[in-house]
Design a protein around this ligand. Sequence first.
Ligand SMILES: Cc1cc2nc3c(=O)[nH]c(=O)nc-3n(C[C@H](O)[C@H](O)[C@H](O)COP(=O)(O)OP(=O)(O)OC[C@H]3O[C@@H](n4cnc5c(N)ncnc54)[C@H](O)[C@@H]3O)c2cc1C
Length: 584
Amino acid sequence: MAVAETIYHDVLILGSGIAGLRAAVEIKRKYGEKVNVGIISKVHLMRSHSVSAEGGTAAVLYPEEGDSFALHAWDTVKGADFLADQDVVWNFVKLMPTEILLLDHWGMPWSRRPDGKIAQRPFGGHSFPRATFAADKTGFYEMQTLYNKLLEYDGWERYDEWFITNIVVEDGAFRGVYAINLREGKLYLFKAKAAIIAMGGGGRLYHFTTYAHTVTGDAYAVAWRAGIPLKDIEFVQFHPTGLIPSGILISEGARGEGGYLINNKGERFMARYAPQKMELAPRDVVSRAMMTEIMEGRGFKHEESGLEYVLLDLRHLGEEKINERLPAIREIAIRYAGVDPVEEPIPVRPVAHYTMGGIRTDTFYKVLDVEGKWIRGLFAAGEAACASLHGANRLGTNSTAECLVSGRITGLLAAEYALKVSENDVKGPEPERTKKEEDWVWGFLKRESGIPSYEIRDNTRTIMGKYFYVFRDGDGMATGLAKIKEYRKLFREKVYVEDKERIYNTDLVAALETANILDVALAVASAALNRTESRGAHYRFDYPKRDDENWLKHTIITRYAEDDVSITYEPVRITTWLPIERKY
Ligand SMILES: Cc1cc2nc3c(=O)[nH]c(=O)nc-3n(C[C@H](O)[C@H](O)[C@H](O)COP(=O)(O)OP(=O)(O)OC[C@H]3O[C@@H](n4cnc5c(N)ncnc54)[C@H](O)[C@@H]3O)c2cc1C
């Protein structure tokens, strides 16, 4: 079967989360109809995962009250355990305040202080209350505001419920994107002068995660298969407060508003681990403290799931404050754990929450190849990208913020690039590449029996949760990596898609997502095993210390052969602060 049709746009935006929408708005407000835009999303635009961001977006708004760019930059670099590139951090903190004000002008209902100014609250690892928020539904309102703004313009088109299977890079340039229109069951080729990969993170590499079921690491996998390097992909963030037993996020805003963590002795145990910041130490520190309490027998056990946990106590905040500042958290705890936080503490444990690493980019989110050269026409934004803002551990509220900043930068640069290139010069992939894509995608429907992708996916998640969680060690990770390779082989040889229809084939989508999970799992496991130190979210019992002499460097990992990877390293860009011991 031939590819049904080729679709052309000047700029393609892959993903419609905060990063993708912010990029689209930037292109439209700067260049209007001069640059035609296509936005592809595997779900309805407003179902992009960003709508679930809760707690806030970081920015320096009140220097006259004591905050500063230097303080925000320092908090970010220290939080990152010094693996952040400091030029990227400086750019970011300086661009952020404008983003908050732009959203405000475009209708964002920021929560307000009694004096009418935009309110901000404390967040982990930030030494000033700079989490700008709209109650505990910040991401939803940001998405809605960006979408409303975009509706003011013409010259863009949505492809909702189109599943991107691969992107193509040939001769050092972006050549195209393959996507299935799920409603039609047909594979299309998209050509464009430029593309922005804004396809989000990979939380669903794990069972216990805060992420939507759609967040399966597709961005990293399509880059990986196109030969694009991933950077620092071993650094996966475990947010301290995942609700037992579902993993739904209890926002750090709950601790920002004054919530305590307590163990089975009723102690506020953070006093032992971070006496100054207590519950508002960075996430890697709090997650390790919670798991230490649990491992030393001071936790609780959830009988049905077997999950061990500690408690998040909000009772002292009182009903009025909980209702005003944390209404969704109250609702989530009542609905999904049967616990009303006004009356009882909430059961929580560390949960897979964010991917610090991602597609290798330069400071301005241009995608780089193995040699560090820009892949012409290609950009990455949001959680998909790794410009090295978050290093080894992201601070809460810096992600939605990075989505805004990187969306704005990539939108602008992609549009400027597109305006310089003639449509006649846009080359698509070689015809054999398209034939290969069709064979791969529809080949899944040919096998008549075998193992469902769901089983392989579930087993992979179990391995990730067991060997690549808050605490890691060499033997465990080697076992985990071997298992991942075993599942990859099983997937290649036996995966079976029962539904043979082309139209809205969710069974096929699950198989494609499992392929993506397996590619990203291979990259995470290989990079993690290779890094013989503990830094930020990557903590190894067998190498418990940070090792700046040998490991103050970024991992660059690339696909070498089906199950083999190539790993190199590049220095961290240090412009302002040398590493010191991290204390909170
Ligand atoms: C519960 C929760 C709460 C959070 N709260 C906060 C917070 O308060 N503050 C903060 O800073 N950060 C927060 N984060 C992190 C933050 O929300 C995310 O990092 C951020 O929203 C990611 O946005 P994005 O635009 O990069 O990707 P997403 O919003 O995940 O969007 C990805 C897009 O790519 C599309 N896509 C993916 N794969 C494909 C494919 N194969 N084909 C087609 N389309 C595809 C999706 O459909 C979607 O449109 C939170 C995260 C979680 C899980």
